[in-house]
Design a protein around this ligand. Structure first.
Ligand code: BES
Ligand code: MN
Ligand code: MN
Length: 455
């Protein structure tokens, strides 16, 4: 451990500079204008893997963005770890809210600031630097890499890549660093992720936008209808009102709930972190529970009519919204999007037509605490952080985790080094420098400990 600490400290400056270079590439997967930048980020990652001693580092083209694969196979009798990460990032807007430009990363207040610093370029780069160390110190196990560029836009090309490269991805366990720890430097290992079921709903009224003086009062307004539909999606207990949606929600036991209650994420934390006067939660559950062990439904965006300068007295022909539901075990995205679709359609009032389009989905996951991967991660984090990590669920979604389980029978260790206050997907995203460096150490120790834990 001391050798590792010294190596990381001695190379700190270079590790930071390399990450800054990575962050300068605006690899926004959702924006077609950045297609070439996304590819440049893939090339960057490929080249860095190769430089760290990884064999066959290569780009696999897909209908979307390339997937980067690579491997270091040293001994078939040793375990094999599949490292997953994503090199794409979320769009950076609204730009004016950034203190420094999103793709001109800087070090400030002990953090690396820039789009992708925490989600997920910084956390992905952790493993590349760990491999660099192991190249000199000796590889303790076999390694494979699966680094994608479409996570932030739904991992649509990933299932085909998994099916087409089964042999290249064969492993004993997957390792993913794309999640957060707990406040106050409390280390944590993520043991669950929520899934996602999303739809777009379009309400259509008249065949054109109308003058609200000539027609207002006589014709249904699609914006009103959409707002009513959305308002009715929750009941007065802040539960989702769609029938059947809670049918397959597993109750979580009192021990896990007690652990969550003591994890430092109380209502005050949420209020302070996001600047709200009060939290609004499903009755009977804490905010931490509502964002991890309970499903939640949000309108992600809404459009309709005129909201620009001055006033345009229009009666809109159309209104639409994107709605997504975060899922928990044992909910299935197909079932939930179906329930949502049916509910929306059946409530269409006279005078409008309601169309529902299903958007991509992803399944929830829960990782057991008693498999070798988890035990190795727990020991690695304890050594590096000086405290035993807590097992906690995360509220976000990482589609690959369920796909690896379903298609390759692979369990995933979610050993992330972010903080919920890293502002991922928001302006001023950042990643603590200490967490970046500790991440590198924890990755090294995980890979060294896994073979002994598995033996
Ligand atoms: N890294 C996040 C997911 C995450 C964040 C998990 C925090 C746990 C804690 C990931 O990059 C992400 O943003 N995923 C999207 C997936 C979607 C686009 C399919 C999400 O959760 O919205
Ligand atoms: Mn991510
Ligand atoms: Mn993300």
């Amino acid at each position: 451990m001391e050798r590792i600490r010294a190596y990381v400290e001695n190379n700190r400056q270079r590790f930071l500079e390399e990450l800054l270079e990575f962050l300068r590439i605006p690899s926004v997967s959702a924006d077609p204008a950045h297609r070439r930048d996304v590819r440049r980020a893939a090339e960057f990652v490929r080249q860095r893997l190769e430089a760290a001693g990884v064999d066959r580092a290569r780009l696999v083209d897909t209908p979307g963005h390339p997937v980067v694969l690579g491997e270091k196979l040293i001994d078939p009798s040793l375990p094999t770890v599949l490292v997953y990460g994503h090199y794409d990032v979320q769009p950076a807007d609204p730009l004016e809210l950034w203190r420094t430009p999103p793709f001109e990363p800087v070090l400030r207040d002990g953090c690396i600031h820039g789009r992708g610093a925490s989600d997920d370029k910084g956390q992905l780069y952790v493993h590349i630097k760990a491999i660099e160390y192991l190249r000199n110190a000796g590889f303790p196990c076999n390694l494979r890499f699966l680094l994608e560029g479409e996570e932030e836009s739904g991992s649509l090309s990933l299932p085909a890549v998994l099916d087409g490269h089964r042999a290249d991805l064969a492993a004993d366990v997957a390792l993913v660093s794309d999640t957060a720890m707990l406040p106050d430097n409390m280390p944590a290992i993520t043991v669950g992720l929520r899934g996602l079921a999303a739809v777009e709903v379009i309400v259509r009224g008249a065949s054109r936008d109308l003058h609200s003086g000539i027609f207002g009062g006589a014709v249904a307004n699609p914006v009103h209808v959409l707002c009513r539909l959305i308002a009715d999606l929750h009941d007065e207990h802040h539960r989702i009102a769609v029938p059947g949606i809670y049918d397959r929600v597993l109750a979580v036991g009192p021990e896990e709930r007690a652990l969550m209650a003591g994890a430092g994420l109380d209502a005050d934390w949420y209020c302070r972190e996001v600047g709200v006067p009060a939290v609004v939660c499903e009755e009977g559950f804490s905010p931490f529970e509502c964002t991890t062990i309970r499903p939640s439904l949000d309108v992600n965006g809404i459009r309709g009519g005129y909201a620009g300068e001055a006033l345009k007295t229009v009666l809109p022909a159309e209104a639409c919204a994107k709605i997504s539901v975060r899922l928990v075990p044992e909910q299935r995205s197909e079932v939930v999007s179906g329930q949502l679709e049916e509910w929306l359609r059946n409530r269409a009032p006279a005078g409008v037509e309601v169309e529902v389009r299903r958007l991509h989905g992803g399944e929830p996951v829960h990782v057991p605490l008693d498999f070798p991967g988890y035990l190795a991660a727990k020991r690695a984090m304890t050594e590096v952080f000086g405290r035993e990590p807590l097992p906690v669920r995360g509220g976000g979604s990482i589609p690959v985790v369920a796909l690896l389980q379903e298609r390759l029978g692979l369990r995933t260790v979610l050993m992330g080094f972010g903080q919920d206050s890293d502002a991922i997907h928001s302006p001023n995203e950042r990643f603590g420098i200490d967490n970046y460096l500790r991440g590198i150490m924890a990755s090294i120790r995980f890979l060294q400990l896994l073979p002994t834990v598995m033996a």
